[in-house]
Design a protein around this ligand. Structure first.
Ligand code: 5GP
Ligand code: ZN
Length: 113
């Protein structure tokens, strides 16, 4: 298995895991872009959002709700936070396993770079 996020989900690569259930894992980004920067991934390997199907709609919704729950637990929900997923090279996707970036703890800019 060559996918690093599959390996993180399987515990084969160490990471700072903040949440895990039977469907998703969330861990701190190695190169944080904000005081709080957590990645939420489905355990199932899906390349990105463009590769997801209708059968995975509940899983995708679950990832988002878990992100909101983690934002509460991390204390960033009151001030506000950003949840973003990069799809493809032009958006800057560098790991081909679907992940949602949860970013908070600082003022976010719009439009994003
Ligand atoms: P992307 O650029 O694909 O949207 O985001 C990939 C993210 O994964 C980047 O923010 C990068 O810092 C993070 N990342 C890459 N490899 C690892 C790793 O081995 N462990 C952790 N915790 N984060 C990683
Ligand atoms: Zn994977």
């Amino acid at each position: 298995m060559s996918c690093i996020f599959c390996q993180i989900a399987a515990g084969e690569i160490a990471s700072d895991i903040v949440y895990r259930d039977e469907q998703v894992v969330a861990f701190r980004d190695l190169n944080p872009q904000a005081p709080t920067h957590i990645l939420i991934i489905p355990i199932q390997h899906i390349e990105n959002l463009a590769d997801a199907s209708e059968e995975q709609a509940a899983l995708l919704g679950h990832c988002n709700l878990v992100a909101a729950q983690i934002a509460q637990a991390e204390g960033i929900a009151e001030d506000g936070y950003r949840l973003v997923t990069n799809v493809g090279a032009a958006a800057g996707q560098s790991v081909d396993h679907l992940h949602f970036h949860l970013l908070g703890g600082r003022r976010m800019h719009w439009p994003p770079g």
